[in-house]
Design a protein around this ligand. Structure first.
Ligand SMILES: C[S@@+](CC[C@H](N)C(=O)[O-])C[C@H]1O[C@@H](n2cnc3c(N)ncnc32)[C@H](O)[C@@H]1O
Length: 215
């Protein structure tokens, strides 16, 4: 199946992390469960669906979004149509995803603890919301699973952060630049990790007390 995420109907170019999604599909076996928080018009979601389809693996993929936009989108004239735009864009990929049209904090309650292999946070970019997302979704990630997110740093190099929920190094790279996003502060405060110039995150930086599955 060919990728469609670059087609114009998918809109804004916020999806800077295809390699993260690719790595996750390669890493996890059939039967895995993935969650994306923040799907907008489906650009990142469509990429993930095609990667899953082409892998031949049975991976359940949940797209969580209020489809009401984030704080910074409230003047966007397309907001009232966002859900329809998403659904239309994702039509060729039906069967490869399930959308959950609700706030992240409501969706999280629908998942069992330690039931998810990969959770990617790209929803609200408000500092308190990112913290809530990290704290609430982390217990849902299986041991050996990955919790990651976007906008750790802001443009010109928007980058992703990621941690593997185990004692092994994760392999999501992220790069040094000085334009730190709210996610940077939220990751530091909740997980106790901080970037040190182009290094990889090492789970020895984790505040393990925050990770029930590692207890
Ligand atoms: C930056 S966009 C996602 C972009 C998308 N991942 C992409 O690469 O194209 C953020 C999305 O998060 C959604 N959102 C914001 N706050 C949310 C919340 N509390 N719960 C669920 N979704 C939320 C917004 O509706 C918006 O569609």
């Amino acid at each position: 199946m060919h990728h469609i995420f670059h087609q114009p109907q998918f809109g804004e170019d916020w999806f800077t992390y295809p390699e993260v999604y690719q790595q996750m599909v390669n890493r996890f076996p059939s039967g895995s469960k993935f969650v994306e928080i923040g799907s907008w018009k489906g650009k990142s979601s469509a990429f993930m669906c095609v990667e899953i389809a082409n892998s031949g693996k049975q991976i359940d993929f949940f797209c969580i979004d209020t489809f009401e936009g984030s704080v910074e989108h409230q003047n966007n004239p397309e907001l009232p149509y966002l859900y329809n735009i998403f659904k239309n864009n994702m039509k060729p990929l039906e069967g490869y995803y399930e959308d959950m049209r609700m706030p992240s904090m409501e969706a999280v309650q629908k998942f069992e603890n330690e039931s998810l292999d990969f959770v990617f946070i790209d929803g609200s970019h408000e500092y308190e919301d990112i913290k809530d997302d990290i704290i609430s979704w982390l217990p849902k990630v299986k041991r050996g699973g990955v919790l990651a997110g976007h906008d750790y740093y802001l443009p010109p190099q928007p980058t992703s952060w990621g941690l593997r929920n185990s004692s092994i190094l994760n392999d999501i790279n992220y790069y040094y630049n000085t334009n730190k996003g709210n996610a940077y502060k939220a990751v530091k405060e909740t997980l106790g990790v901080e970037d040190r110039k182009s290094t990889r995150l090492n789970s020895s930086h984790l505040k393990l007390s925050r990770m029930p599955s590692s207890a």
